[in-house]
Structures are given as C-alpha cells and as structure tokens.
Design a protein around this ligand. Structure first.
Ligand code: SF4
Length: 424
C-alpha cells in the first residue's frame, strides 16, 4: 500500500515519476504521501495501465471529468466519445456516474481509458435493489458492499462513499427544524438519507467504515469521502448540515490514515464567492491537510446553460486557496446529460480555473507556459501559440476565419501593437 510504504521510506518508481513531473523534491512528495496529504489513485489490479496522477498539497490542481449514462439517456458510444475527448483534452481523472444500461459493461469499457478512474457504487446497489427487491431503499448492507467489492476487483482507482452523513446529523437537523432552499442535492446523499429514514438505521457506509477501510486497503483504492449534504444553492452554503457532515468526515479521515488508507474529501457545490476561500481553509484545517476535491463550486445559481463558467469562477478561487482536485461542470449542468462538445467546454473551463489558481498557489513553477505563450504572442508566432494553448484547433480556427496570412490578426490589423513597436 502506497501510504504505508511511504511511511516506511520506501520509494516506488511511480513516486519518482510524479516528483519529476510535478517538479517537487522526492523527499517532499514521500513525506506528503506518508502524511495522507497527497494521494495517488491507482488500484493494485490495474496499476500498470493507469496514468500516474498525484493529487494534493504542493502539486498542481487536477481536474476530473464525469461521464456516464442516465436512466433516460443510455448511449454507450456517446459516453465513450466523451471519455475519448476528455482524455484528448487532458483530464487528469475520470468518474463514471452511469445509472442507465448495463452498468458493469459500461464501467469496464470506460476503464479502458488510461486515466485514474472513479465510481459511486451506491448508485448501482440502489438500482439493483429496485429490480431485485422492488425498491431502492430495500437495498441491504450486503448488496451495497458486494457492489463496492466488485468495483474494487474491476480495478476502480477511487470511489465516492457518503460515509459522513449520519443518523444523528439528520435527526438533529430535523429537531432543529433546519430548512434548506434546495434540500439534499447529492444523488448518493439522497439515496443514503432516504435509506436511513426508511430503515431507521445508521448509514451502512459509516457503521461499517472499518470494513470499508479493509477492502480499500486490500486493493489500495482511494476513498473519496462524499459530501452527501453539500449545499445545492448559494443560499444553503456553509449551513448546519454541511458543517456537521464535515466534522464527521474529519474523524473518518483520521481513521483511514490510521489504517494506511488514502482518502480525499469532497466539497461543495454551490457557494457564494466570499465563502469559497473559507470553505477550503476549513477543510484543510479540520481534515489536517487531506486532499480536497471540489465540485466547482458554482458561485451563483442563475447561470443555467453557462454553469461551467459559474463553477470555473469558484474553482479558480478554490484552487488558489489550496483545493487539489476540481470536478468539472458542463454548460448542460442542471439541464441535461452533456454532449461530447459540452464535455470539452466544461473540461477546458475547469482547466483554465485550475491553472489560474496554480499561478497563485505555486507561483513561478506554474508560469512556464504563460511565459512561453506571451513570448510567442509578442513574436506573432502563431504555430507556437497554438501548440501551447488548451485548445489548439479552436484557436487556429478563430485566428484563420477571416485572414490566413502571417503577421497580425484581424483584431487590430496594421495597428497591431507588436508591429508598431517592433522597430523602435
Ligand atoms: S493584431 Fe491586435 S489582437 Fe492581433 S496579435 Fe496584434 S495586437 Fe494582438
């Protein structure tokens, strides 16, 4: 197991590779992994096939793309195309959130892409309980853990587990008459909360957390502690439910570390601009530096059709403050399953946000490409500009739509500042 080996000072080849790729000293990286502040999602079952990605303190901010079918739109070929585009445009990790079609087949096909791969097993367990037992809330603990183990055996590198929401939190919130504008908006959170209320039992992912740790340890899977109670409206941000869950998650992080299991902490959601930085600081403080994986966050709720922009604004601030992994959002968020083109737009928006944050967080280390592209721009070196930017095809297409010659572009033409000042 990576964390245990790092604690004993063992240096695996992959740690060397990540340290070179990230430009950080080997000892620094080894220490961060041993402390749980950096995770490397890589299931033992498919270790050789997966790109090496370090997520956490002192490293560049990574971006995750979600793909997957829904019960109303199941087209495996389209999901594979989204995955292909996501890999082409440089996603760091990918999650399958499928809920429609043959879930095992879809997962296994998507896992052929060589990036760290995550799932949310409770979706499958819940859907199978509907078929097998007539209702999702009739899912047994055994059903849930069998699906989790199946995903681990298949080689999934990280899983979202909503272990932080407890019966006590829900009961206290009800007793306090806590009200939310948007309620519970995490799909997994809604499933687990409904299951607890229906069965009047503790969350199985919390009650059996030690068993979960044993399984994760066996396959060296990273547990991503899901924020079941994340705010789904900026009006619900930083409320009692969100904070109560975060407190419980901070305990779960320590329990995982005691067993040498790598964990990340998932974060909101919908957060007003001025609360983004405090949210990141709070997680880093409460969870003692565990990597923070944020969904956006969206900084306003009015951007339907443009939620990739609303979330990129939040993600840039979060990344500058120390968020480690950003889950992308597409223009289709809250409206529809995205198209492949929307996946690309969402990914690029998140990559811009992550990099903008890295310029603040990592300084000179993150500025190499900005320096190079600025120099290329000064020299009107279009080929170089295309090769350095996030979407070379789009940049070239726009630049050449009215004029394909050398020199300035059609924005200023002969009044291009680089020409005016060139000879002086
Ligand atoms: S023409 Fe204007 S926009 Fe185009 S490269 Fe020159 S200064 Fe920049």
């Amino acid at each position: 197991m990576l964390m245990k080996e790092a604690k004993s000072g063992e240096i695996r080849e992959e740690i060397k590779e990540i340290s070179e790729k990230e430009g950080v000293p080997l000892e620094f990286l080894l220490k961060k992994i041993s402390q749980g502040k950096v995770v490397v999602p890589r299931n033992l079952e498919r270790r050789e096939e997966v790109k090496l990605v370090g997520i956490g303190e002192g490293l560049t901010t990574k971006v995750n793309v979600n793909v997957g079918t829904s019960t109303l739109q199941t087209d495996l070929e389209m999901e594979l195309e989204k995955a292909r585009i996501a890999v082409e445009y440089g996603t760091d990790t990918m999650m399958d959130l499928s809920t429609g079609g043959d879930l095992d087949e879809i997962r296994r096909k998507l896992m052929e892409f060589p990036v760290p791969f995550g799932t949310v097993p409770v979706y499958q367990a819940f859907l199978e309980a509907i078929k097998k037992r007539g209702a999702g809330v009739e899912m047994t603990e055994d059903d849930l853990f069998k699906v989790i183990e199946k995903h681990f055996k298949d080689g999934v590198d990280f899983v979202t587990v909503h272990s932080g929401v407890t019966k006590e939190t829900i009961e206290k919130a009800m007793a306090r008459n806590e009200r939310r504008v948007a309620g519970i908006v995490s799909r997994g959170g809604a499933i687990i909360s409904a299951w607890m209320l229906h069965n009047e039992e503790e969350n199985p992912l919390n009650k059996n957390y030690d068993y979960l740790l044993e399984l994760a340890s066996e396959y060296d899977v990273v547990l991503s502690l899901g924020d079941a109670l994340r705010p789904g409206s900026v009006l619900d941000s930083s409320d009692y439910l969100q904070m109560a869950e975060m407190l419980e998650i901070s305990r779960l992080v320590e329990r995982a570390w005691e067993k040498g299991v790598q964990v990340m902490v998932e974060g909101p959601g919908h957060v007003p601009l001025d609360q983004v930085a405090p949210n990141v600081k709070l997680e880093k403080s409460l969870c003692k530096g565990a990597p923070y994986y944020l969904l956006g966050p969206l900084v306003t709720d009015i951007a339907a059709g443009y939620d990739h922009i609303s979330s990129a604004i939040g993600a840039a601030i979060a990344s500058a403050e120390g968020a480690d992994l950003i889950c992308y959002l597409t223009p289709a968020e809250h409206l529809s399953l995205p198209t492949p083109e929307e996946v690309k737009e969402g990914l690029i928006a998140s990559k811009i946000a992550a990099h903008a944050g890295d310029i603040v967080k990592l300084g000179e280390r993150a500025l190499k490409k900005d320096r190079e592209i600025s120099e290329a721009r000064r020299n009107l070196d279009w080929k170089r500009i295309y090769s350095l930017c996030l979407d070379p095809k789009k940049a070239k297409k726009i630049r050449e739509r009215f004029f394909t010659g050398e020199g300035p572009c059609t924005m200023c033409g002969e009044l291009c500042v680089y020409l005016i000042l060139k000879d002086l």
